[in-house]
Design a protein around this ligand. Structure first.
Ligand SMILES: NC(=O)c1ccc[n+]([C@@H]2O[C@H](COP(=O)([O-])OP(=O)(O)OC[C@H]3O[C@@H](n4cnc5c(N)ncnc54)[C@H](OP(=O)(O)O)[C@@H]3O)[C@@H](O)[C@H]2O)c1
Length: 321
């Protein structure tokens, strides 16, 4: 049994622990909030053995082996570094850090301290995505020429001080959801040779919409994230010999279609739970084999991903930089 501790008991933590309960090897040991009462309520609701009214207290408990960090983006670096310092293995929510400098420091520190660290890029472990990667490697759609992926939902009615909209908490669509289309393009096509991008900001300085074109030697990726309206979230991967369409919402998809030589085949690949169980298994797999990085989502992958986020923000002149 691997004993998990959770830091930051917000929206995603509630979903994550439900999937943690589906992984036989994992045990929800302790949960930590800035409020002891909130931690106690969460522990009762989800059956955690221990609860803590501070993040530091959870990190001091030797029973905790792996820490899942589910706080706003701006504190991923701080709490990952503290967890690593305390000798814990870490699964930290996306984006791993606010910029490349943070992510480099975190990954280096994990290596120096001999602990596992992974960005919780759960889509990498989604069963459809795994199968699509394999089919593309087997050359089933030929060479990718065009990729399209979006992630949009209406968030303009949210509290401006909330994590999603507040620039002081790393708010904005790019880091929150634009990271997924960028991830898909990076996963399947690698680092682009050039990026074009355009963004819209609120008067408070929150990035609300970003449209991007990633230019590759022989392909173009058209990517989008936004809080101003809902988007279809069907991703397309178009190759010289076939087209893959990933069902909505593609980042947590339950299946996909492959169109080739005039025939369309549908593939159903349901996730276990909501889909977080697959990344939890991936953490255990690495820990069980003594690896400090998950081979399918390495430290280099997280550095490349944040490098792309940095580049897009530089082009669109985000006030964060
Ligand atoms: N993988 C996914 O599908 C997915 C989905 C949604 C979000 N996420 C990621 O998960 C992280 C958390 O997102 P969320 O939607 O769960 O956010 P949320 O509902 O706002 O919860 C974040 C939690 O962080 C803690 N926190 C620590 N410092 C804070 C501060 N200064 N202001 C506000 N909260 C603070 C709070 O927990 P306590 O009050 O208990 O201390 C809060 O409940 C983000 O990095 C996001 O990108 C991932």
């Amino acid at each position: 049994m691997t004993q998990w501790g959770i830091i930051g008991l917000g929206n995603i933590a509630h979903h994550f622990v439900k999937d943690l309960a589906l992984v036989a090897e994992a045990k929800l040991y302790g949960v930590a909030s800035r409020s002891e009462e909130k931690a106690r309520d969460f522990a009762v609701e989800h059956g955690a053995q221990a609860y803590f009214g501070s993040y530091e207290a959870l990190l001091e408990d030797p029973e905790v082996k792996v820490v899942y960090i589910a706080t706003p983006h701006t504190s991923h670096h701080k709490w990952s570094m503290a967890a690593i310092r305390a000798g814990k293995h870490v699964l930290c929510e996306k984006p791993l850090g606010m910029n490349l400098a943070e992510v480099l420091e975190m990954t280096q520190f994990a290596q120096e301290n001999n602990v596992f660290l992974m960005e919780a890029l759960w889509t990498r472990f989604n069963p459809s995505i795994q199968e699509i990667v394999a089919k593309i490697k087997q050359n089933q759609i030929g060479k990718i020429q065009y990729l399209q992926a979006d992630f949009g939902f209406y968030a303009m009615d949210r509290d401006p001080l909330s994590r999603v909209l507040n620039p002081l908490l790393g708010g904005g669509s790019l880091l929150d959801i634009g990271i997924y289309p960028i991830f898909l393009s990076y996963l399947l096509l690698g680092m682009p040779k050039n990026i074009l991008a355009s963004a819209t900001y609120s008067p408070q300085g929150t990035e609300l919409q970003t449209a991007m074109i990633f230019e590759y030697e022989k392909a173009k990726a058209v990517l989008y994230s936004g809080f101003t309206s809902k988007s279809s979230m069907v991703a397309q991967i178009s190759g010289s010999e076939g087209l893959i369409s990933i069902e909505s919402r593609w980042h947590e998809t339950q299946g996909y279609q492959l169109e080739k030589e005039g025939e369309v085949q549908s593939f159903s690949k349901p996730t276990t739970g909501r889909g977080y169980a697959h990344e939890i298994h991936a953490v255990h797999e690495a820990l069980n084999t003594g690896q400090l990085e998950q081979p399918q989502w390495t430290h280099k992958n997280s550095c490349d991903l944040v490098r792309l986020l940095d580049q897009v923000q530089k082009i669109t002149k985000t006030p964060l930089h």
